[in-house]
Design a protein around this ligand. Sequence first.
Ligand SMILES: NC(=O)c1ccc[n+]([C@@H]2O[C@H](COP(=O)([O-])OP(=O)(O)OC[C@H]3O[C@@H](n4cnc5c(N)ncnc54)[C@H](O)[C@@H]3O)[C@@H](O)[C@H]2O)c1
Length: 263
Amino acid sequence: MKKVLEAKVCVVTGAGSGIGQAIAAACAEAGAQVAVLDIQAQNAATSAERIIAQGGRAVAVTCDTSCEESLDHAAKHIAQTLGSAQILINNAAIFRSGPLESFSLSDWNRMLSVNLTGYFLACRRFAQPMLATGEGKIVNIGSLSAESVVPNMGPYSAAKAAVVALTRQMALEWGPRGIRCNVVHPGMIETPATAAAYVDSNSRKARERAVPLGRVGRPEDIAQAAVFLASDQSAYVHGAELTVDGGFGRNLIGLIPRLPGPA
Ligand SMILES: NC(=O)c1ccc[n+]([C@@H]2O[C@H](COP(=O)([O-])OP(=O)(O)OC[C@H]3O[C@@H](n4cnc5c(N)ncnc54)[C@H](O)[C@@H]3O)[C@@H](O)[C@H]2O)c1
């Protein structure tokens, strides 16, 4: 891979698993020094160890992105060990499902505190040095759910839609001050969070059929898009949403039974 992030310090949240782990690895492969943030200390350590074993540079940082104090502590530790971050990739999220009418307020608040407020807090904290130097890139991991809602995933969809709005806001306020801000929307990606959906081979095949490219996504598919948006290769891409879903989001009519012909 081209070293498009050479000498950059890059923070990836939720990097102890799935998409975040792949993003952290891809950033390191692209030459960045990576701060691997996760609420699960052991998983953060494992991700960082894998990067180091591949010859990359990484530090594991245990951090709850929904907690301002925890983020402040993490940012200070990263500044001391790697230097100020020029790149932030917000990815940490939790998944709780249930019908809206019985969704508890505490679950609603927890979902939004990680999946939305956590993004805001991380952006605000790590933007400080970026605003001071006039250089930074922020990539927020969204979801197709921001646009195409899924039954029983109300707070998740609401948070992801708000992440898009937050990114647009940041693009407007921070773009003139040197920070590029964009969103990546993953489609169906096989990760520990979604593994249950792929245990049954019929369920897997049905999902594969729904994707025009004929396969479910891999964490690495999202990682490549994140590296692109974090690098100068995307120098004029700002306030944008990049969907990485194998075309799944364009397949609405293809999902219903149809007769041959135009009907
Ligand atoms: N997998 C998919 O199909 C899919 C589709 C669309 C969007 N996404 C998005 O991609 C991102 C990653 O999803 P994934 O499938 O890799 O999930 P995952 O559960 O495998 O990874 C999420 C990571 O975030 C960490 N985390 C959770 N709460 C945290 C907190 N408060 N502070 C710090 N870390 C925390 C978890 O410990 C975990 O390591 C999420 O933003 C998710 O919404 C995933």
